[in-house]
Design a protein around this ligand. Structure first.
Ligand code: UDP
Length: 493
């Protein structure tokens, strides 16, 4: 037995991280890999060549500090097999009409990933939940599979309990939760319509070792506790977030996150430098959203009418896209708001922007990472969910945490990306921005709550904090599993 101990501890634990190729999954999983590397775990991130540029800065920065973090590339399946355009290797580049092609392509990674894992011989695999086939692969290799969903405990808890409300009414109150919440049938995640895939996810989940969640207990304590005790498949769960705090010390690196060139990041951050503390409203709807012509124009008009300073990220689409700028931008808009408002085309250094003292509010689509990043920075949110589990996340932010205000009430949602309606008027955008940046009690209370959550997040990741402890426990447990496996191997000889 002594020789097993020695053999097992001679090399660090090795964990492979395999994220879905989408910014909202890759960014947090790379952060998680860094977090593990920082704790001495040899960490390997697996992605495709077309995605390497966005993760390399973070991986190189960690490696430069001597942390054991490496990148491994596997080819993206050929366009002839996927039906996707050549070089289209990330969900954020996929036209909505081809989302299914992308999801089907996820099944074509099995052979290269299996070959890589046989070569690397890791002690554990952290797999995106959507790679359902990694459950059988991990079992065949005898390594524990941990799942990463990308969402927090609250939305996962709500989603797990949704089937009890089937068939769904147009709107219904979910009670039996620590906080009763109002949900709309049309605001539920699209995945709920795909029973075959839900079943695959459930089967793969049941074969897994546990779940890693990008959250910290103090943000959603009742839901974290419940999720840990009553996971529907009986799995264990560990809170490892907010993972974005892993690079809080390195400002330059935060700015380059997601592969943004330093010059563009500096241009945006210098613009913020000239603004008074808390004066700027930051608007960004994540990496996947495509707002239509009418909606973009209404936002522009609303921001202009609000008279407030703003930094607004508008996704840049391929040439010929229906949301080309000349179609939506009011004539002379940029000249009229010059100095007060900045339009960012494409990608903003969001983590650095939210951490900038000039940013007072965040108009967000309630993507889980955006929400975590706002909370870490203590920035209150103006919520405007669009799809996936974002309507559920909104309830957490507004009703449970009290760290945000809604831009609009009720449900507004357009399920077809081909339609481009104006769901929220310029007047409503203006009113929401004015309310948030005004002196009203509601806004003041929300600002205060957001700051408290920010402080709690920093404490959670520091030594002695809840996340720090969960990560320690998980590492210890994976080490114990490795030891047990080594022992079994020796006994079998
Ligand atoms: N992000 C960014 N700059 C942008 C847009 C997005 O840095 O201009 C990052 C953001 O900080 C977050 C991720 O991309 O880490 C988006 O994830 P989220 O879950 O918020 O939304 P999704 O893109 O998955 O809808």
């Amino acid at each position: 037995m002594g020789s097993v101990d020695a053999a097992s501890t001679a090399r660090p634990l090795h964990v492979v991280f395999f994220p879905l190729m989408s910014p909202g999954h890759m960014i947090p999983m790379v952060d998680m890999a860094r977090l593990f590397a920082l704790r001495g775990v040899r960490s390997s991130v697996v992605t495709t060549p077309g995605n390497a540029h966005s993760v390399r800065p973070a991986i190189d920065a960690a490696a430069a500090l001597g942390h054991p973090l490496a990148l491994h590339l596997i080819p993206f399946p050929d366009p002839s097999a996927t039906g996707l355009a050549p070089a289209c290797e990330n969900l954020s580049d996929v036209p909505a009409a081809q989302f299914d092609n992308f999801v089907n392509a996820l099944f074509l990674f099995q052979a290269p990933v299996a070959a890589l894992l046989r070569d690397l011989r890791p002690d554990a695999l952290v797999s995106d939940s959507l790679f359902t086939w990694t459950a059988d692969l991990a079992a065949a290799l005898g390594v524990p599979r941990l799942i990463f969903h990308g969402a927090g405990a609250f939305p996962q808890y709500v989603i797990c309990n949704l089937l009890g409300h089937f068939p769904f009414l147009e709107s219904f109150t979910m009670d039996g939760l620590p906080h009763p919440i109002l949900l709309y049938k049309d605001g539920l995640p699209e995945l709920m319509d795909n029973f075959a895939f839900l079943q695959l996810l459930g089967e793969a989940e049941a074969k897994s070792y546990g779940v890693v969640v990008n959250t910290y207990r103090e943000m959603e304590p009742a839901y974290v506790d419940y999720y840990k005790k009553h996971h529907p498949q009986g799995l264990r769960a560990w809170c490892v977030g907010p993972v974005s705090l892993c690079c809080r010390a390195a400002e330059e690196e935060r700015a380059k996150r997601g592969g943004l060139p330093a010059t563009e990041a500096n241009r945006i951050l210098s613009w913020l430098d000239g603004k008074p503390a808390g004066s700027v409203v930051y608007l960004c709807f994540g990496s996947l959203c495509r707002l239509g012509v009418a909606q973009l124009r209404a936002i522009a008009n609303g921001l202009e009418a609000s008279g407030r300073a703003f930094l607004w990220v508008v996704r840049r689409d391929a040439e010929g896209d229906p949301v080309a700028e000349e179609k939506w931008m009011p004539e002379g808009f940029e000249e009229r708001v010059r100095g007060r408002g900045l339009l960012v085309r494409g990608w903003a250094p969001q983590l650095a922007v939210l951490g900038h003292a000039a940013v007072g509010w965040f108009v967000t689509h309630c993507g889980w990472n955006s929400l975590q990043e706002a909370v870490c920075a203590g920035v209150p949110m103006l919520t405007w969910p669009l799809f996936h589990e974002q309507f559920i996340n909104q309830e957490l932010v507004v009703e449970v945490m009290g760290a945000g205000l809604r831009v609009w009430e009720g449900l507004r949602r357009c399920r077809s990306p081909e339609q481009t309606p104006e769901l929220v008027s310029a007047e409503e955008v203006e009113a929401a921005v004015r309310k948030a940046t005004g002196r009203g009690e509601d806004a003041e209370a929300v600002r205060r709550r957001a700051k408290e959550y920010g402080e709690a997040a920093r404490k959670a990741v520091d030594e002695g904090g809840s996340t720090h402890e969960d990560v320690t426990n998980l590492i210890k447990e994976l080490e114990a599993v490795r030891l047990q496996k080594a022992g079994q191997g020796e006994a079998a000889q």
